[in-house]
Design a protein around this ligand. Structure first.
Ligand SMILES: NC(=O)c1ccc[n+]([C@@H]2O[C@H](COP(=O)([O-])OP(=O)(O)OC[C@H]3O[C@@H](n4cnc5c(N)ncnc54)[C@H](O)[C@@H]3O)[C@@H](O)[C@H]2O)c1
Ligand SMILES: O=C(O)CC[C@@H](O)C(=O)O
Length: 532
């Protein structure tokens, strides 16, 4: 039987190149470029799709996600993912990926274009000339050469703008707390604090994401500190500049001009900046070139197909990246991590406090974040419904569970070992496993007692005092209950000490038989486990 092709909905105006990529890769694609504007219709049909490819018009809200019963991945053909409710997507296990570089050059070029438009009043001069006015004396511009360009946010796009600024013989200064001195040197920019940038810049260009820290980074107070006659360009996100305060600063002449591609409210139909003679506006065109749109459309279609067809994760904002080459190597360890988590989760009866996962040997070189997420998903699944590898870490964090990882060389007899220690209100329990040849995960220690067992769909776990007679009595209880024992793994810390048994059984062990096992002298805990 051939597997059903995954279905992807494109709900914004992506380049048709994306449609072709999906088709070539064997993904069933539905291209509805205007759907993003119709949230009710989107909510009505989203349940039919495994993937959703968007630009900025589609708003993926928690409500849309509630209806997205089959959704596995959202792909943003572009950079900003502020139109996606990431926590809601994560808690539903939906991967959200973007294309961080495909439109950077284009957007940087738009910022430079707007800088020239401001410096030489090109839009107003164009309108006047085409109106037959020939106002040669009205439009007196400023030269850019030798001026100071202040870049706020020197990441992908800011760095390209900075380099172009240096090429234009400008003095470039940058404010970005995460810009290293080495990178600043490489780019030929001077790293400064925000206040210094405000005091020195003739042009300010913004290139940060919109966060709680950057919202209104150019507030009324900041604008007041800026050099008189400054010109401001925003091609990043609406909300980085206080629009009303900027209008006041333009009206007073303190700010000489502003060029905005992005606005607090979009589509911007009626903005406080509109109508000012020294303001230039474009309708969020930063990424609007044929080249950039092809780049991001191709990239998002490739990334989404890779995930849906091969499990590879690239540029996800809510999960570590896994390449198509890594995916098959990780697979058996993901299964192992999830089973170790499930083992601990099924035995956990009191509140979880912390989880410590140690990766030893070959497994330490793999994407341990993905393995940790799998272990946490396995751990939480017996307690919570609908938890998966994407949502598990955030659910655990929300519940105050501390998650720690240790990565080290192999210390014992296994080339690769994962040890999961779970601390609850009452105890710490550890379980360790490895992957044997053929990719089969096996448990090799429980509570530091050596065992060797595969985790089968139906199992019984028993911990007891190591005393003669236990095995005979145990086997006859199961025999009397008509339960067949498939495999039997035993371990103990020392003769007469603590012992454990992991027993694979065919079918379900009746409660009565479990109660009878509990009554065997020296038995401390008996639990039916399922690893379906
Ligand atoms: N207009 C458009 O069409 C368009 C197109 C693409 C990207 N964008 C937007 O451009 C912005 C930049 O994109 P990018 O790809 O360069 O992002 P990026 O993540 O590569 O760079 C952002 C930079 O901002 C810095 N930063 C973060 N917080 C800061 C703070 N408080 N103060 C100063 N700097 C801070 C970061 O250190 C980083 O270097 C984003 O908001 C993105 O959504 C707009
Ligand atoms: O898709 C667009 O046109 C805008 C893209 C831009 O805002 C981005 O963040 O990549």
């Amino acid at each position: 039987m051939t597997a059903k092709a995954p279905r992807v909905l494109i709900s914004d105006a992506l380049s048709p190149a994306a449609v072709q990529i999906f088709r070539d890769r064997g993904v069933d694609v539905d291209f509805q470029p205007d759907l993003g504007k119709d949230k009710d219709r989107l909510a009505a049909i989203i349940g039919d799709y495994d993937g959703l490819a968007i630009r900025s018009a589609t708003k993926v809200t928690a409500k849309i996600l509630e209806n997205a019963k089959n959704l596995k991945v959202i792909g943003r053909a572009g950079i900003g993912v502020d139109n996606v409710d990431i926590p809601a997507a994560s808690s539903r296990g939906v991967i959200v990926m973007n294309t961080p570089f495909g439109n950077s050059i284009t957007t940087a070029e738009h910022a430079i274009a707007l800088m020239f438009a401001l410096a030489r009043e090109i839009p107003a001069a164009d309108a006047s000339t085409q109106a037959g006015k020939w106002e040669k004396n009205r439009f007196m511009g400023v030269e850019i050469t030798g001026k100071t360009l202040g870049v706020i946010g020197c990441g992908n796009i800011g760095a390209i703008v900075a380099e172009r600024g240096v090429g234009l013989r400008m003095k470039v200064i940058a404010y970005d707390p995460f810009l290293s001195p080495e990178r600043a040197l490489d780019l030929g920019v001077e790293k400064v604090e925000l206040d210094e940038l405000l005091q020195r810049a003739d042009f300010i260009t913004l290139h940060t994401p919109l966060t709680d820290k950057t919202r209104n980074i150019l507030s009324a107070e900041a604008l007041a500190k800026a050099k008189k006659g400054v010109r401001i360009i925003n091609c990043a996100r609406g909300g980085l500049v206080d629009e009303a305060a900027l209008r006041a600063a333009l009206d007073s002449g303190h700010v000489a001009g502003a060029a905005f591609d992005v606005f607090v409210e979009e589509p911007a139909k009626d903005n406080v900046l509109f109508g000012h003679p020294n303001v230039v506006c474009t309708p969020h065109l930063g990424a609007a070139t044929t080249e950039a749109q092809e780049n991001v459309a191709l990239q998002v279609a490739e990334q989404m197909s890779d995930y849906l067809l091969r499990g590879a994760i690239q540029n996800a904002v809510n999960f570590p990246s896994i390449t198509a080459e890594e995916a098959p190597k990780l697979k058996p360890f993901i299964e192992l991590a999830e089973k170790l988590g499930s083992f601990a989760g099924q035995l956990t009866e009191t509140g979880l406090k912390s989880v410590h996962i140690t990766y030893e040997g070959a497994v330490a070189g793999l994407k341990v974040k993905a393995l940790t997420a799998s272990a946490i998903a396995g751990l939480l699944r017996p307690m919570l419904q609908d938890v998966n590898v994407v949502s598990a870490p955030s659910i655990a964090r929300e519940r105050g569970v501390v998650i720690e990882e240790t990565i080290r060389e192999a210390e014992g007899e296994y080339d690769a070992l994962i040890t999961l220690s779970v601390t609850t209100d009452t105890q710490t329990r550890s379980v360790a496993g490895t992957v044997f040849a053929g990719g089969r995960p096996r448990i090799v220690a429980i509570k530091e007692i050596k065992v060797d067992a595969e985790l089968a769909p139906s199992m019984l776990y028993v911990s007891n005092e190591d005393k003669p007679g236990f095995i005979g009595r145990f086997a006859s209880i199961l025999g009397e209950a008509g339960v067949n024992i498939a495999t039997f793994a035993l371990g103990r810390d020392r003769p007469g000490g603590s012992a454990i048994a992991l027993v694979e059984v065919d079918g379900v062990v009746p409660e009565k038989a479990i109660a009878a096992v509990k009554d065997i002298a020296g038995v401390k805990q008996v639990k039916s486990l399922s690893f379906a």
